[in-house]
Design a protein. Structure first.
Length: 692
């Protein structure tokens, strides 16, 4: 007799703006099917190719289901199974010994393996705060853009995704939504059918760019110059909403002076495009009432990323596009959610808080940090690292340096994981964590304005435990007596939001659990009448906060660190710019081990312009070596006009051990940081390419 079929609601946990609602079919304790929830307005019943196979990931034959202890050299990935009692005892014993001497010698490392508040950084953050461990500056993906928005709009705020369907012009800037924002792309296609013009601004002719009316292939890292060149035209030809500028912006005179220094001729030279392209783009933008910009994070992964976001974010306020619900800009909507970050992470548990918080280490410099011997400036050498919700050996820049740090025999490494990733191979303790279908969580989105709840659909697979329970177990083994470390997942979830905020009017934890989601009460055109969250309440072209920090208060163009403008000597030796956007079938390093998805990607590829290939005697299909002073990787070259001349594109991020040469794109990326936010500069990278 067949087991009965049951259905459960869930939320996609991955680092994607869509934050889809999922329906899970369960039979005999197994998830047998995962589909998009048709009742959830942003999801509309559709999941991406990756997440539609989520049940395969949950019940994957190589899923980690028991605690393990290393038995071979670090990096070889040889382990033996042990009990949870043994694992927690070993973790508690080693961490207690280090914490008693130098708590800052302990470092957490996590990012967006799950976007949930509960399994992300709630009990985990409380645990490290209580120890007085070093803090991690979690800036690897979006911090430059978030800083740009903070200093311009006051927070990560933007227009509603659904109203892009009504737009008359959509600039898809630094984004490939077919691969990374499917539900926005659905709305953009609806707008296109209704007569809207779609323009892709991207160094690479992505799948999305191919389907737009126009593709503007600028040089990597020059987006700020393009925005300033557009401003010059808007100002010179008086395509401005003077009333909106007067009422709802701050610092127009300063921005005006900056824009006048970037005539289209100068901006075109910087961007490597035709001057008329900038003039025509600015005129079209300035004359279109319902003009919308979908900005994404690729364009801010360069030295001047924060300034570039600031410059682009000024455009809708210059033209008054914010007056329309189908006008404005969206990079992130995450700032709308009334999250109670203090209640979640409890920074007050730090021994020196707030006057003497623990040392902060930027996650993009993890390679240097792990290799640092410790001194009076740096502080104590890192002796223990606990990795969860991340795979730094694959995803962090300057990968050889990262692997060298993790290979230290005197570094005690704990990894919480679903699979034996590149980082897991270096663990001393490898602990099996639950997936989204096996635990409770609560989510916001950075692509829409719903808050959502995830309820467990099945029991934990094998001996897997939620992140929260693992950290509670380590805390018990260390005899820590702080009550906040032992709050239940439901208690933590209830604390995640400020329920009395007007944006959550009528919503409670109980109604959210019942309904699965709730739409925040954000007005259709949120900045039609100003109301930005800056200190002035206006869109700040000039930021007094930046000025007080000794930084440039008005958006400007900063050339990439690694470019002919930024470092001509380096460009002589390594004349090709390289970017490494996500492959369609991967999400950061997640899903790389799903055989069907990896088979679709085939092998690591490098797209190269025919002129660059010809100059190097490289033919389509050749195996090539991509290299600079930091390292090298190999890939199969595709000679194609999708890549502009002088640019190579390596879709990422492969697990290193699943790549033919055991390396990926981060062998050549650097630990340099962005102008604002301390973010990674993955796309600020010069290389040379030769036949392997």
């Amino acid at each position: 007799m067949n087991a009965p079929v049951e259905f459960a609601r869930a939320v996609c946990p991955h680092d994607c703006p869509d934050t889809c609602a999922m329906r899970v079919t369960v039979q005999g304790g197994r998830a047998i099917k995962v589909v998009g929830d048709p009742d959830h307005p942003p999801t509309q019943g559709v999941l991406c190719t990756k997440v539609s196979r989520y049940a395969d990931r949950v019940h994957h034959p190589r899923r980690l289901t028991t605690p393990m202890r290393r038995v071979g050299p670090k990096g070889e990935g040889r382990f033996e199974p042990i009990s949870w009692d043994e694992a927690l005892h070993l973790a508690g014993e080693r961490l207690s010994e280090i914490a008693a001497r130098a708590p800052e010698a302990i470092l957490p490392y996590s990012y967006a393996g799950t976007m949930g508040f509960v399994q992300g950084d709630s009990i985990a953050q409380r645990f490290f705060h209580k120890l007085g461990a070093s803090q991690l500056d979690r800036t690897i993906c979006a911090a430059a853009g978030a800083a740009g928005l903070k200093y311009t709009y006051g927070a990560s705020l933007g227009m509603h995704t659904e109203f892009f369907a009504e737009s008359e012009l959509i600039l898809i800037w630094g984004a490939n939504p077919i691969a990374s924002n499917l539900h926005f792309w659905t709305r953009a296609q609806e707008a296109k059918r209704n007569g809207a013009r779609l323009i892709a601004i991207d160094p690479y002719r992505s799948l999305t760019a191919e389907k737009c009316h126009q593709h503007i292939a600028l040089r990597p890292g020059t987006d700020g110059a393009l925005a300033l060149g557009m401003m010059h035209v808007l100002i010179a030809e008086e395509m401005l909403d003077r009333a909106y500028i007067a009422d709802h912006t701050l610092g127009f005179e300063q921005l005006n002076a900056r824009a006048l220094a970037y005539p289209p001729s100068r901006a075109a030279q910087i961007c490597g495009i035709e001057e008329q392209v900038i003039v025509d783009l600015a005129r079209l933008y300035g004359r279109t009432k319902k003009a919308a910009i979908r900005l994404n994070y690729g364009m801010q992964r360069v030295r001047g990323g924060g300034n570039a976001v600031r410059a682009i974010a000024c455009l809708p306020s210059l033209t008054g596009a914010w007056r329309e619900r189908a006008g404005g800009m969206l990079l992130s909507s995450s700032g709308w959610a009334p999250v109670d970050s203090h209640a979640l992470s409890r920074p007050d548990l730090m021994p020196g808080w707030p006057s003497q918080p623990a040392r902060v280490i930027n996650m993009n410099a993890i390679g240097d940090a792990l290799c640092h011997p410790g001194d009076a400036t740096f502080g104590p050498k890192i002796e223990a690292i606990v990795v969860y919700n991340s795979n730094p050996v694959a995803v962090a820049p300057d990968s050889a340096r990262v692997a060298s740090g993790f290979a230290r025999e005197d570094l005690f490494t704990i990894v919480l994981e679903h699979f034996q990733t590149d980082t897991a191979d270096y663990a001393d303790l490898l602990l099996p964590a639950t997936t989204q279908l096996e635990h409770l969580d609560i989510h916001k989105s950075y692509g829409h304005t719903h808050v959502m709840v995830n309820l467990p659909a099945i029991a934990p697979v094998g001996e897997a435990r939620p992140n929260t329970e693992i950290f509670r177990g380590i805390a018990r083994s260390m005899n820590l007596d702080e009550p906040a470390l032992y709050d239940s997942d439901e208690t933590v979830a209830k604390s995640a939001l400020r329920w009395n905020d007007p944006l959550l009017e009528g919503v409670t934890w109980d109604t959210l659990k019942r309904d699965g989601w709730a739409k925040l009460k954000v007005s259709d055109a949120p900045f039609a009448n100003g109301g930005f969250r800056t200190p002035s309440g206006k869109c700040e072209f000039f930021s007094e906060r930046l000025a007080q920090a000794g930084l440039e208060p008005v958006p400007d163009y900063l050339p990439p660190y690694e470019s002919a403008d930024g470092s001509p000597d380096l460009a002589e030796r390594y004349p090709l710019a390289m970017i490494s956007p996500p492959a369609r079938n991967f999400l950061n390093s997640t899903f790389v081990n799903v055989d069907s998805l990896r088979a679709t990607e085939g092998e690591p590829h490098l797209d190269m312009h025919p002129a660059d290939a010809c100059e190097r005697g490289i033919n389509d299909g050749d195996q090539v070596r991509i290299f600079n002073d930091r390292g090298s990787m190999q890939a199969r070259v595709r000679v194609t006009g999708k890549s502009r001349e002088g640019l190579v594109v390596g879709l990422s991020i492969w697990w290193k051990k699943l790549a033919p040469d055991g390396r990926n794109a981060n062998e050549v990326t650097s630990q340099a940081l962005t102008d604002l936010g301390g973010s990674a500069t993955f796309y600020d990278c010069l290389v040379e390419v030769e036949r392997a």
